[in-house]
Structures are given as structure tokens and as C-alpha cells.
Write a protein that binds this ligand. Sequence first.
Ligand SMILES: C[S@@+](CC[C@H](N)C(=O)[O-])C[C@H]1O[C@@H](n2cnc3c(N)ncnc32)[C@H](O)[C@@H]1O
Length: 231
Amino acid sequence: MTDEGAASNPGRVPPRPGSEGVPHEVFHDVYRRSKALWVTGRPQPAVLTAIERGWFHEGPLFDAGCGTGENAIAIAQADPTLEILAMDAVPEAVRAAAGAARAAGVEDRIRFEIADLRTDGPPSEHGCVLDAGVMHVFSDADRPGYLKVVHDALRPGGAAIFIVFSTEEIRPGGPRRLEREELVSAIQEAGLRVESIEKSRYETLGHEGGARSWLVRAFRAPMPVEAADSR
Ligand SMILES: C[S@@+](CC[C@H](N)C(=O)[O-])C[C@H]1O[C@@H](n2cnc3c(N)ncnc32)[C@H](O)[C@@H]1O
């Protein structure tokens, strides 16, 4: 999760983070000083897949760790009735996202806020939470707090969509990687029920073809009947 220069020079890429996660300061530095690897200028393909599947149908949507807003904007454009709350810890990212939402003409439906999602999140009023490349930045110690924030942002029956780097991504650069079982356990321990987990990609400027990732859909109980039936 470093800069573009590091991506083109693997010798400078720091070792992949383990249980300590990505140091929190990295995000403040990256947005201030360089182009972040994950800022590709377009929404994640996995988010577009989720849109096509109707996974964001139940609003309002909470985009956790929204970065510069490409995903939230694409979702808002796809559904002109959806209300979105987008939060990130880094003021520079949130400012850029708010500017992009204005330029796209969807600023009336996306509210941007700054928050440290390890401890602080919105109330349980969301039909859906999107985590596009966020959970995998946290340390083992911080992950349960973050997942509690995700869980608590959902109303009963609401869905959480996660895109998380997988251990199958062996190229350098990026956040920590998670095994399928480790990921499912972490989500279930937060009180969410995993409905589906599949191989996917998370696009970055440093992983040609996208970084090997998991696309997960989980629900806060009770899982809607149609989702339970599709398992
Ligand atoms: C890999 S980026 C993904 C950004 C965006 N979801 C996307 O796909 O373009 C991870 C994001 O998580 C944010 N983040 C990291 N730690 C955070 C925290 N404790 N609270 C809120 N956001 C955080 C970073 O600032 C960054 O924007």
C-alpha cells in the first residue's frame, strides 16, 4: 500500500504486512504525498459486478473506507434513488471524494464524513455496507473493532460486501493477505453470516490484471429468505 514508484521498483516495496497490518499513518502520508496504488480512477470491477447483481439494492449504503470515492459514485450513478454515507479516516481522501461526487452530479446523495472506523461508525440504519479493500489493512488487534463497526452500521437483515486480498496474491506490494477460512471466521465472529465467498480481483496500479482477492457477501441476522435459499 505504498506509492506508484514503489510499485515499479519492487526492491523498494516494504515487506507485506502480517498480523500488524498496514500502519495507520501510511494512509495519511500516501494521500498527501503521492498517488495511492488503489486510486485507479475508476470503480473496482468487483463493485460493478455487485451492482449488476443488485447487491446494493437495499439502502442506505455505507461505504466504509471510501478513499477517493470512485465506488460510491458509480453505485450512486447506477441507482438514482440510493442514499450513501461514505467515510474515511483521511481528510485529503474525503475532500477529493466530495469533489469527484460534485463533478459527477451525485453530491446530493452521498454524504462524506471523516472517521476512524476502528472505533467509530454510523448507527444501525444501513441496508448495505461496502468494504472495498479496507478490512485487509487492519492489524489482527484492530480487525474485530472494525468489523463490529461494520456489523453495527447494518440494520437486521442488511448485507456487507467485502473485497479482500487473498493469500493467492503472491506479487509484492499491497496490504496483508487473508486465507479463505481466516476471512470467513473473522466475519462470522463479528456476528455476520457469510452467504457467499468467491475468487475475485481488486484492481491496483501495481498488480497487472488485478490483485487476487475474495469477494464476500455476508448478512446481519436474520438473513433474508432469498439470500439463505441461494446458498
Ligand atoms: C485500499 S484503500 C481502499 C479505498 C476505497 N475503498 C477503494 O476501493 O478505492 C483503504 C482505505 O481505507 C482507509 N482507512 C484506513 N484505515 C482506516 C481507518 N482506521 N478508518 C477509516 N478509514 C481507514 C484508507 O484511508 C483508504 O482510503
